[in-house]
Design a protein around this ligand. Structure first.
Ligand SMILES: [Zn+2]
Length: 324
């Protein structure tokens, strides 16, 4: 099986994103496709051409998850007849301006208020959310990928669910070769954000329960560490080997960050917003990112019994539990 990395530009702070072209005999598959962004589309078409193929010759497009930098061009491939393979709930992310976007918007508006984010900051964040929608277009998942099953087009690849960075996220594992196409679950240069998401199933987003994404992410890293992985094909950055070392480092970095955040709660109880802007002063305006990050750590501390929550005037405060 031949796997070719294709690097594509994005207009987002993350910079470049990877797509992978996988060829085995007559089967041609693309894994992720970049954002709906002209320079990305041009680069991808040029690269496919140099690999001796074209979009309409692909047997399938796999999406590791639904974030715009990975899935924005899915609509383009779907219109030329390429079936889309993904986690069934990835479809929510392929419907900009649809029901799921409204659900998320409602969820985050109420969540941010409870976390102490000022209304003006919330409005700015919502505007940015709208801009992101422009980097994708409407498409549907044609074939749902199920955890533990063989990937229908290339049965030597196994589908593995990897919730954490996104709830609906899959990876493809070639057990024989030890190769792992992992999406954003494990990145060589930066730690992945474990984004908070509303869980589906409520009538309105504001009533939705939220994911404990960092806890899931850590559990998943520990699971990946137990697999005999040799080579990892990440969603951003270069292909790398020996992921066990990197996983170990990420887990340690997270423990370090949890301790730093916990120390900041020693002086007084704080809201997630207060803690986030204190800890990430340079990212003060990236509310979605820093609230998500801090909440993940607060969930973890709460699970360990290090903090408790208190509600005051509609705001949630986290308080450190004093040692006996
Ligand atoms: Zn992502």
């Amino acid at each position: 099986m031949q796997v070719q990395r294709i690097e594509l530009p994005t207009p987002l702070p993350i910079g470049m994103v990877n797509a992978y072209y996988v060829e085995q005999g007559a089967t041609r598959v693309l894994v992720d496709c970049g954002p709906r962004y002209k320079p990305a589309q041009d680069a991808l078409l040029k690269e496919l051409k140099s690999l001796g193929t074209s979009p309409d010759e692909l047997n399938g497009l796999v999406l590791t998850h639904g974030h715009v930098d990975h899935a924005g061009l899915a609509h383009f491939f779907q219109t030329v007849g390429v079936p889309i393979f993904a986690h069934p709930q990835t479809e929510n992310w392929l419907q900009p301006g649809g029901v799921w976007d409204e659900y998320r918007r409602d969820f985050f508006h109420v969540l941010y208020l409870k976390m102490g984010v000022p209304e003006s900051e919330i409005q700015r964040t919502e505007k940015e959310f709208f801009l992101l929608e422009k980097l994708t277009d409407r498409s549907v998942v044609n074939v749902s990928l199920i955890d533990g099953q063989a990937f229908p087009l290339l049965p030597e690849l196994q589908v593995v669910y990897v919730p954490g960075h996104a709830q609906a996220a899959i990876a493809l594992w070639d057990e024989q070769a030890g190769d792992f196409i992992v999406g954003d679950q494990l990145l060589p240069h930066t730690s992945s954000n474990a984004f908070i998401e509303p869980l589906p199933g409520a009538e309105f987003g504001r009533h939705a329960r939220r994911s404990k994404s960092l806890l899931q992410y850590r559990e998943n890293l520990q699971f990946l560490r137990s697999l005999p992985l040799k080579r990892v094909y990440p969603g951003h950055g270069e292909i790398f080997e020996n992921p066990a070392l990197l996983i170990e480092r990420r887990l340690k970095e997270q423990e370090h960050r949890r301790n730093q955040l916990l120390q900041r709660l020693a002086a007084r109880p704080q809201t997630a917003f207060e803690l986030a802007i204190d800890y990430f002063p340079r990212h003060r305006h990236e509310i979605a990112l820093i609230i998500s990050e801090v909440l993940g750590y607060l969930d973890w501390m709460k699970e360990l019994g290090e903090v408790v929550t208190e509600e005051r005037g509609g705001l949630i405060h986290w308080r450190q539990v004093e040692c006996a």
